[in-house]
Design a protein. Structure first.
Length: 278
């Protein structure tokens, strides 16, 4: 499995790539800039170029993740302008670092007309696709359903992609905790989830996975990650899910609590290997 976890860029983009290689990872995720702000970053192009070369040499796959405030479904014009500028900046940084794509949450809409929320998400995606002409993908991420049901089903994801001006540059990041918390995956119905996704063509466009357990039961609509094997997703459910995802050969990134910020995920990787091989 192409597996890894989220890494800090405190030592630069090249430093993050070196840390991934030093820890034996084949993939990793990073924030291109401060994840709590939509401010645009003037980045070190030479550092990004070194990262790109290093990843190519060591066959490392990376994905970037957009900032926490990003909400494509939001209405406010000023916020949307700042968000678009931030995401274009993320795409530019990810392109310079040689990353596969930038993860963008589907979005939550606070108004009464949820259709407007879908329109807002589509409009923002089209704006990004028009402004950034590189190869880096937009990786639209499914949601857990808290506060709004938007972006929880493969049908929604596929429809938004289909309506985009350039769908070839939009792919998906599947979050296992969100899939479980939303109730789409119950922990016992993976074969049904796989058939549903394949029938729609959804899994053909999954280019990355967030591999997370869930602190709360299926259908809770609560986005709280747990360490793999320590949450509410049963081992048999993980076994079916992991074997299927392994066949996709896409980067699978842990976003789970990491033992006092030590980046120690060895127990989780051992659990994953055991389920893939037994």
């Amino acid at each position: 499995m192409l597996a890894g976890y989220h890494l800090s860029i405190r030592n630069g983009y090249y430093g993050a790539a070196c840390a991934a290689a030093a820890n034996g990872l084949t993939a990793y995720q990073y924030f291109p800039k401060n994840p709590r702000s939509l401010a645009v970053k003037v980045f070190d192009a030479s550092d990004a170029a070194r990262c790109r070369s290093f990843c190519r040499e060591h066959r490392l796959l990376s994905i970037a993740h957009s900032a926490y405030p990003v909400n494509p479904a939001a209405d406010d014009p000023d916020f949307r302008r700042a968000m678009a500028a931030s995401l274009i900046n993320d795409l530019e940084i990810a392109e310079a670092c040689g990353s596969l794509g930038v993860v963008v949450h589907f979005g939550k809409y606070a108004g009464s007309d949820i259709l407007q929320g879908y329109k807002n998400t589509l409009q923002l995606l089209n704006e990004l696709l028009s402004a950034h002409r590189g190869q880096t993908l937009i990786l639209l991420e499914n949601q857990a359903g808290g506060g709004t049901p938007m972006g929880t089903t493969p049908e929604e994801m596929m429809q938004i992609r289909k309506l985009c001006a350039n769908p070839d540059r939009v792919a998906f990041c599947l979050d296992t905790c969100h899939l479980f918390a939303s109730g789409v995956w119950t922990g016992t119905n993976w074969n049904e989830v796989a058939r549903r996704g394949e029938r729609l063509g959804f899994f053909a466009h999954v280019r990355a996975v967030h591999l997370n357990d869930s602190l709360f039961p299926s259908g809770s609509l609560r986005d709280r990650h747990a360490r793999i094997g320590k949450g509410c997703i049963p081992a048999d459910g993980w076994r079916s899910c992991l074997r299927y995802l392994d066949g996709l050969q896409v980067p699978c990134i842990l976003e789970t609590p990491d033992n006092h910020h030590t980046c120690d995920h060895r127990e989780e990787f051992a659990f994953i290997r055991r389920l893939l091989t037994e």
